[in-house]
Each structure stands twice: as structure tokens, then as C-alpha cells.
Design a protein around this ligand. Structure first.
Ligand code: TYM
Length: 350
């Protein structure tokens, strides 16, 4: 009795601490090259808050199928992206890390959520409009229904916050509409999540065209800095990045290229735009670009080294993902039991 009492108090403290932690979910598609935008817009923010949150991070391979990838390449890219998460500092002991297709509840819930999602909502998605442009009727249904799968990913884990870049804002808004509609129809079942989008780094633009977002699937290598780029390639890409006319290091709406480079500098150096401008007062573009290139190389080199090490140890990465999937399946299956019950489907209880 005497020894039991303090243990119970300790358990209670742990439970209330766990309850205070905000539930976070986010994911990245294993398609193309993991790049600076993914790191600054997403992964770096995941790491910054990993200890104040109950975090779930996912390699969303089912989403990548909407780009029709080669199947052997996809397997490799899944391991590589998981390696990039780990190398960037996502510690599997402080979060839950797994691959989407290893947890079948995601696709089951997507189908169920289709019944509370409207055709009009999906056609209004900017990413759908961009990706389907010029494809006419041959655009795949996967590209169309992709945001419903994203909603399923998020709400299976009672997520409260979704740390993403600016381009995912609309998808999280749709998720909220789906949750509200589901809960109204079937009773309180899902937590209402919100997007967590930082002011710095949420929209990193292409280096060769600042009107376009930096993208994994861009065919123009000069447009992005990939995690796999060696230091000299990074230096060359930054040297050749387009700049605006003018002399001073000052951003602004009329200087999208320079503003983008200032954003990248500020994100890595943890400085605001005006602090970066102050730092480079009186300096020329050439000097700024040189310093920026060295900063990016300095920050990425240790991550790249760790990624190389993990590439030589795929069994370790696969082991982390297997363990993560086992834990994720337990959580997701429990949620699905409630969802099936609410919707009147699933096996009859004796
Ligand atoms: P994806 O794979 O296109 O991008 C992954 C993350 O990187 C961010 N990002 C950027 N941030 C700043 N500047 C950029 N140029 C840039 N490009 C990409 C994205 O905003 C994102 O945070 N549908 C999602 C993946 C997904 C997901 C989810 C995300 C599936 N299920 C559930 C959150 C929660 C996507 O395709 O992201």
C-alpha cells in the first residue's frame, strides 16, 4: 500500500503531462528530391517542437502513387525519405515515424470520408487545378481524391496541429470541413485540427523562377537545392539563382527573387527578414550570395553525412519503420473501431 501510493501519483503526473502535449501529425511524399523547401517549410519545424508535442510523422507513399512512380524507385525513395527525416534530427524515440501504406486504416478511412466530402470541394483545390491542368478527362482519380486521403491521415491520430508549408493550407482547411460534417452527421468522433504554418520559410520559391514554388518534381535541377546536392553544386545553384535589379540587400514585393534568398538565409540563421537586411547593409548581391551559399552548405553538410551513413544501413531504417507501423496500427485500429461503429459498418459484435 505504502509503496503503491507514490507510484500512482507518479503515473498521474505522467498522464497529465501526456495530456498537455499537443498532438501533431505531418507527412511528406516520397517523390522526387527532398529539397530545401521541404526542410525549411516542414521538417525543421517538426523538430523544433518535438518535445512539446505528441508527434506522428509519416512517409506518405500512397500519395506518391498519384504521380505514377516506378515501383522499384518508390521503395528506394521511401527508405531515402525516412533516412532524410532521421538525418535531419527526427528522433524515433521522441515521436512516431512510419510509412502510410503500412497502416491500412488510412485507405479505409479515406473511402469512408469520401461519403462526407463534396465533389465541388475537391474541384476547388488549387493543387488539383494545377496538377490536372491540360490533362482533360484523363487526369487520375487519385489526384482528385488525394486531399481526402490527407484528411484521413490527419484525423486518425486525433491530431490538433498540422505543421506544413503554405501550399498545404487549403488541404487542412478542407480536412476541417470534413471533420465538422462528419461530427454533425455521426456524433463527435474526430478532433478538429488546425494548420501550423510559420511566417518564415513557409513558401520557398524556385531559385531560377521566384514566381514558382520550389518543387520536388520540377524537371529543372537549377530550381531547387536537393539534400543530395554536394557543396559545390549548392554553391553553383545559389551563385546562378536569379536576382532582381538593384544594389542593396532589401526584400519587398517588387523583388521576389531577393526576398526568397533572404528568407532562406533567415530561416537557416534564425533571423527575421529585417535582421538579415540589417546584417547585409552596405553589402552587394555577390557577397550576400556567397555568405548564403556557405551558410546552406554548413547547415546541410552534417545532415548529408548522416544520410549517407543511413543509406549504408537500410536495415536500421526499415526496423524503425516497422516498429513505427506496429504502434501506428494499434492507435489507428482503435480509432477505426469507433468510426465503423458510428457509421454502422463492420462486423457484428456477439
Ligand atoms: P509535399 O510532399 O508536397 O511537401 C511536404 C512538406 O513540405 C512543404 N513544402 C514547402 N514548404 C516551403 N516551401 C516550399 N517550396 C515547399 N514545398 C513543399 C509542404 O507544405 C509540406 O508541408 N499532401 C502533402 C503530404 C501529406 C500531408 C498529410 C501533410 C499527406 N498527408 C497529412 C500533412 C498532413 C504533400 O504532398 O506535401
Amino acid at each position: 500500500m505504502i509503496t503503491d501510493a507514490p507510484r500512482r501519483a507518479e503515473d498521474q503526473a505522467v498522464t497529465s503531462e501526456a495530456r498537455q502535449k499537443v498532438k501533431v501529425f505531418s507527412g511528406i511524399q516520397p517523390s522526387g528530391n527532398f529539397h530545401l523547401g521541404n526542410y525549411l517549410g516542414a521538417v525543421r519545424n517538426w523538430i523544433k517542437q518535438i518535445d512539446r508535442s505528441d508527434s506522428v510523422f509519416c512517409v506518405v507513399d500512397l500519395h506518391a502513387l498519384s504521380n505514377n512512380p516506378d515501383s522499384t524507385l518508390l521503395k528506394q525513395q521511401v527508405l531515402d525519405l525516412a533516412g532524410s527525416y532521421l538525418a535531419s534530427g527526427i528522433d524515433p524515440d521522441r515521436c512516431l515515424l512510419f510509412v502510410q501504406s503500412h497502416v491500412p486504416a488510412h485507405t479505409e478511412l479515406q473511402w469512408l470520408l469520401n461519403s462526407v466530402t463534396q465533389f465541388g470541394e475537391l474541384t476547388r483545390m488549387t493543387q488539383f487545378k494545377d496538377k490536372s491542368a491540360g490533362k482533360g478527362d484523363s487526369v487520375s482519380a487519385a489526384i482528385f481524391s488525394y486531399p481526402v486521403l490527407m484528411a484521413a491521415d490527419i484525423i486518425l491520430y486525433d491530431t490538433e496541429e498540422v505543421p506544413v508549408g503554405d501550399d498545404q493550407r487549403q488541404h487542412v482547411e478542407l480536412t476541417r470541413d470534413i471533420v465538422n460534417r462528419f461530427n454533425r452527421r455521426y456524433g463527435e468522433t474526430f478532433v478538429l485540427p488546425k494548420a501550423d504554418i510559420k511566417t518564415e520559410g513557409a513558401r520557398i520559391m524556385s531559385l531560377d523562377d521566384p514566381t514558382e514554388k520550389m518543387s520536388k518534381t520540377s524537371p529543372r535541377e537549377a530550381s531547387y537545392i536537393a539534400f543530395s546536392d554536394p557543396p559545390d553544386t549548392i554553391r553553383k545553384k545559389i551563385r546562378r539563382a536569379v536576382t532582381d535589379s538593384g544594389e542593396t540587400i532589401e526584400g519587398g514585393a517588387d523583388k521576389p527573387a531577393l526576398t526568397n534568398l533572404i528568407q532562406i538565409y533567415g530561416s537557416f540563421a534564425d533571423l527575421t527578414t529585417s535582421q538579415v537586411e540589417q546584417h547585409f547593409e552596405g553589402k552587394r548581391y555577390g557577397e550576400f550570395k556567397k555568405d548564403l551559399a556557405e551558410l546552406v552548405v554548413e547547415k546541410l553538410t552534417p545532415i548529408q553525412g548522416e544520410l549517407e551513413r543511413l543509406r549504408r544501413d537500410p536495415d536500421y531504417v526499415a526496423g524503425v519503420l516497422r516498429e513505427g507501423a506496429a504502434r501506428a496500427n494499434t492507435i489507428a485500429e482503435k480509432k477505426m473501431e469507433l468510426v465503423r461503429e458510428r457509421m454502422g459498418i463492420g462486423s457484428f459484435k456477439p
